[in-house]
Write a protein that binds this ligand. Sequence first.
Ligand code: ATP
Ligand code: MG
Length: 456
Amino acid sequence: MARILLVDDEPSILSVLSALLKAEGYEVVPALGGDKAKGVLASEEFDLMISDIRMSPVNGMELLKIAHDDRPTMSVIMLTAYGSVETAIEALKLGAFDYVTKPFKVDELLITVQRALEYNKALSENADLKAQLGTKYHLENIVAESAVMQNVCDMIKRVAPTDTTILIYGESGTGKELVAKAIHTQSRRKEKKFLAVNCAALPEPLLESEMFGHTKGAFTGATVNKEGLFEAASGGTIFLDEIGAMPMSIQGKLLRVLQEKEVRRVGSNENIAIDARVLAATNTRLEQLMQEGKFREDLYYRLSVIPIEIKPLRERIEDILPLVYHVLRKESPPGTTPPTLDTEVCAILESYTWPGNVRELENAIKHAITFAKDNKITKDVLPPKIAATPAKSASTSPLSDLDASKCKSLKAFIRAKEKEYLQQVLSHTGGDKEEAAKALKISLATLYRKLPEAQE
Ligand SMILES: Nc1ncnc2c1ncn2[C@@H]1O[C@H](COP(=O)(O)OP(=O)(O)OP(=O)(O)O)[C@@H](O)[C@H]1O
Ligand SMILES: [Mg+2]
């Protein structure tokens, strides 16, 4: 039975909530006020803490910090007064699982509690698994060698179980849609639809009817009633791509939909309840659009509850070669050996600035595979623009960079080189891990530990 620590300085809320949670079969320990809770937290273990934020002398944020530092396996849900969303966001940044606004709807609270506990369970199972394999957390299909991409993966994992709106920012081709899909597939909505709409691709009236639906006769050409994507994605996720391009009039309507959780089809007076999680992406900074008067401030705050930023590839060079090997493996027919890269090619690929990011890298490698001779990718089969890039020698030799502050630690360098070699061997064996392990004279478990992505 899950144990819940319940903290509020209002006795009435404490007793109502306590009764409600007990009726659901949870073991509840109520604490009247933050200082009481602090004492209980120091001596007892809980699966979940539900805490009010505004209390004195010890407030919910302080409890959250204690929980974060001393009780890493306990989830925390914060209760906030309507209108203090900024504090709630601060709480999410400090590691709270989610927040519920007071006055709360019972169903909403119970679902959040259930999800927090499921998340908690998944985390401890994952910790066991990690301990067994000794590997870093790795999300399927997302190559994340760099610390910044590993952060993105951690964020995906943390936000997936919640229903919070996420705003994904990244230059073109950095993997925004991939991240959005990963959030969907890691969420409880994974069996339901993931529907994407590109806000830049449709003219205003079409975009509106695409998103919200329309009734027969609403406009010329509307010959039948049609449901919009918000309705169609019910139970699942709707991905609003290039949201920066959304016309102002539709932004207002979207804001209402997000607040009311209801849509009104174009031409109708009837509200239809919807349950679609909203993920949005943009390659233009919305802050800038807001300043130019092209994006509503209220919508911006509503959407960007949790922002995820994907850095351009040139700022995460460690990801380049792993992505190249990933594409080589993906593009090689099963049973064949993926082509190999020579050192010069590796250096060029790491030196090029990749303005089109991962999408450009994928295209470049597909191009190179087509022209590769003897199953080898050499400089002359790279797209000419890329082949013309002078290779920075620093990427192949740490000694050429004599700036000591920029040197990698020896351990980090050896690890990176080891990884590169493992990936090459794996690429030689056509992705056959057992064969690769045999060739390397290491066990399969060691291969997995050293190269978590091999487990895909
Ligand atoms: N970290 C990654 N690991 C593996 N594949 C990736 C990664 N990042 C991006 N990709 C691949 O690169 C391609 C482009 O990604 P995606 O379409 O998600 O980018 P995007 O940011 O939505 O691009 P755009 O701005 O052009 O819409 C896809 O084929 C995707 O699978
Ligand atoms: Mg995209």
